[in-house]
Design a protein around this ligand. Structure first.
Ligand code: ADP
Length: 256
């Protein structure tokens, strides 16, 4: 059997007194596309922020490629808290696209894409430039590379954010409601790029989305999160077309 690329093992997360995640167990296979749906406040973003190491769990373990995110073995073979080097090496396998694009306004889109690999990975600039041009081509922006973010539409900015995340050649891509800040007429072009990536790539993907038709089309599995627990999961058709729990049925009525 293939080892999962990501494993959440009994993850709990509290903010103060409020327990937002109440025991999440989730294995993601290499290349698997998982859509995460659920009401606002159910903990979807927290699930992916944990994997990005932007939050730490209150208890439980997350492993990427079999490596514990927050612990590592020291030279004596003892388990100790992970250091920055350990975190960086694991995080290198994970890319994320946010709801808001987080591009640097004073840099061209080519420079935005080149920044992380040049600084973090200390790669040769001409190589990085070549990769950036390839990635921008992949998201349909080959003719815009020298423009600045404020010269682009929201949909184009989001496509730059995707190209930038692809620069690190992640094994897992996280998409957090990437179309929800966009004007409706710009949603299609962004979903189209994700669809192409999903169909062509062997990257695993976790997508937090309210686009149910899109989830039905590209996901291998849909998870319905409710009040910090995975209440229902399965094949997109079973979950989205033939939901079992009343809460999932109610939720879907609001989005279809
Ligand atoms: P979703 O993505 O499903 O809307 P989130 O994961 O963003 O849900 O949030 C789940 C709950 O956790 C919400 O009630 C939110 O207010 C709370 N929460 C998220 N981040 C923080 C934080 N940094 N501090 C305090 N509460 C937080």
């Amino acid at each position: 059997m293939v080892e999962p690329i990501v494993q959440y093992k009994d993850i709990h997360k509290a903010f103060g007194d409020i327990e937002v995640l109440k025991g999440i167990n989730l294995d993601i296979q290499p290349g698997e596309k998982v859509a995460l749906i659920g009401p606002s406040g159910s903990g979807k973003t927290t699930i992916i922020r944990l994997l990005m190491t932007l939050e730490q769990p209150t208890s439980g373990v997350i492993e990427v490629n079999g490596h514990n995110l927050w612990q590592m073995k020291n030279t004596k073979g003892e388990l100790v808290e992970a250091d920055d080097k350990h975190l960086r090496s694991i995080r290198g396998d994970i890319g994320m696209v946010f709801q808001h694009f987080n591009l640097f306004p004073h840099m061209t889109i080519l420079e935005n894409c080149m920044l992380a690999p040049t600084i973090v990975k200390k790669q040769e600039k001409s190589e990085v430039r070549k990769t950036a041009l390839e990635m921008l081509e992949k998201v349909g922006l080959a003719d815009k590379v020298d423009l600045y973010p404020n010269q682009l539409s929201g949909g184009q900015k989001q496509r730059v954010a995707m190209a930038r995340a692809l620069m690190m050649k992640p094994k897992v891509m996280l998409f957090d409601e990437v179309t929800s800040a966009l004007d409706p007429e710009l949603v299609g072009e962004v979903l189209e790029v994700i669809r192409d990536l999903a169909k062509s790539g062997d990257m695993a993907m976790i997508l937090v989305t309210h686009e149910m038709d899109f989830a039905l089309d590209i996901a291998d599995r849909v998870l319905f999160l409710n009040e910090g627990v995975i209440e229902e999961e399965g094949h997109p058709k079973d979950i989205l077309v033939n939901p079992q729990s009343e809460r999932l049925q109610d939720f879907l009525v609001r989005f279809t």
